[in-house]
Design a protein around this ligand. Structure first.
Ligand code: C5P
Length: 426
């Protein structure tokens, strides 16, 4: 039973990969080498990849190696007469299904936001009428600089999609933070998910979706708090995927340090009580997905001033109170319950047994269960292996990126909602 479902799940993935024309603009960053692997994987899936390299990109990878992988000539110069005769920048910008910019440097983002057209890459980006997906990569300080923030906001308003950046070590020794190019499997998933929704197929158009994501911080005193290791990656990917399928999405996020998904309304909260209030405020909804790792307890009475450490006193005893269960509260609403309520279950043992109990006790329609003790490092990591529990049984999905998990859960949710609506109409 599980095996046949696994096979069905794998064939869904292949369905997303019908051949497309991708114009990859490689920017000048140390992460440019990752594009070689990206090109190889895109071509393995049958896509046609054309590449434009900026001058700076050619300092990191050679046009020769890119040409060998794409089996096509690589475009580098706006004023190459041969190019203008054979295929000008206008045609390059239009004869494609998607333009991908990776790695997008701070400078390239600034030029895009400013509407520059002083080289082949920027001229194409200004001339195109095709969707553009940008994967930034830069030093974390450059990413957080107000100038880059402004440029990113402007580009998002202009309809440009972003994937990443990711958190991690930088090429510069001792530097770490938000600014790494996302890993190739996630870039691949982001590209393919654009194709699944780049058509007119927006199965969640007109639907409202609420997603909770990240941890909550429960203050002990003004400087300390109770929290957990949730990064918010899975929740944010779910919100992004729902938006790509056309939904009106409210993402209620606890404190996270990852990039914001495009096209969603973000409500930032800190505590579980704030999260519950924000979710209630965002109702009504057609689908509610509770991916946040809400702290189970908060301080019964948080200290209003910093608890002082003193060598003579015993360590302070913290008196805790239980937090509201947001999933349970919404799943058990008598009035205004979303037709599809999805919860998550992070477990370290007997995953399916615990998740089955949770499905019942919380009153959710689906539970997405995962083993957070797994060696793939689910908490904070890029990949996930989940079991989907519904009233029909348990499906165990193969390990995949969190972006792929998200697009598949949301696609399933859209199909389920359509069935519910059809049944109600009959
Ligand atoms: O009970 P447990 O924390 O394992 O349940 C996990 C599920 O319940 C997740 O979907 C989580 O978002 C949700 N939850 C919640 N409010 C809480 C605790 C958990 O919404 N206080």
């Amino acid at each position: 039973m599980i095996k046949s479902r696994l096979l069905a799940a794998r064939s869904d993935l292949t369905d997303l990969s019908s051949a497309k024309r991708i114009l990859l603009i490689i920017g000048g960053g140390i992460a440019a080498y990752k594009c070689l692997d990206l090109i190889r994987r895109l071509r393995e899936r049958g896509h046609i990849v054309r590449v434009v390299m900026t001058k700076a990109a050619q300092q990191f990878v050679t046009p020769l190696s890119v040409a060998a992988l794409t089996n096509e000539r690589v475009f580098t110069d706006l004023f190459d007469l041969d190019d203008e005769r054979e295929i000008g920048h206008i045609r390059l910008s239009r004869d494609t299904d998607l333009i991908v910019v990776a790695p997008a440097t701070a400078d390239l983002l600034a030029r895009m936001a400013g509407g520059h057209a002083d080289n082949l890459a920027t001229a194409i980006l200004l001339a195109t009428d095709k969707p553009v997906l940008v994967a930034p990569a830069m030093n974390p300080r450059m990413w957080l600089n107000p100038a880059t923030r402004r440029n990113v906001e402007q580009l998002k308003r202009d309809g440009i999609d972003f994937v990443g950046p990711a958190i991690g070590e930088m090429a510069e020794r001792g530097e770490a933070g938000l600014g790494r190019l996302v890993e190739v499997p996630d870039l691949l998933a982001a590209i393919e998910s654009r194709f699944s929704s780049a058509s007119d197929d927006k199965p969640l158009a007109g639907c409202r979706v609420i997603v909770t994501s990240g941890p909550t911080h429960e203050p002990i005193d003004p400087v300390r708090y109770i929290a957990n290791r949730s990064s918010g990656k899975q929740g944010h990917e779910l919100a992004a995927a729902a938006a790509r399928l056309g939904a009106d999405v409210t993402l209620v996020s606890g404190p996270v340090s990852i990039g914001e998904p495009a096209g969603v309304r973000i409500v930032r909260v800190s505590t579980a009580e704030e999260m519950l209030a924000a979710v209630k405020h965002a109702l009504p909804a057609d689908i509610a997905i509770f991916a946040a790792a809400v702290a189970d307890w908060r301080m019964a009475t948080p200290n209003t001033s910093k608890i002082k450490k003193s060598t003579s006193d015993a360590p302070p005893a913290l008196t805790l109170a239980e937090n509201p269960d947001i999933l349970k509260t919404i799943a058990q609403l008598r009035k205004g319950r979303p037709p599809l309520v999805v919860g998550f279950a992070a477990e370290t043992n007997d995953v399916i047994a615990h998740a089955k109990k949770k499905l019942k006790s919380k009153g959710a329609d689906w539970i997405v269960a995962n083993d957070v003790s797994s060696p793939i490092g689910v908490m904070g990591g890029e990949r996930n292996a989940i079991h989907l529990l519904t009233s029909a049984g348990v499906e165990s999905w193969p390990e995949m990126s969190k972006a792929e998990v998200a697009i598949r859960i949301v696609t399933r949710a859209a199909a389920h909602l359509a069935t519910l609506k059809r049944d109600a109409a009959e």
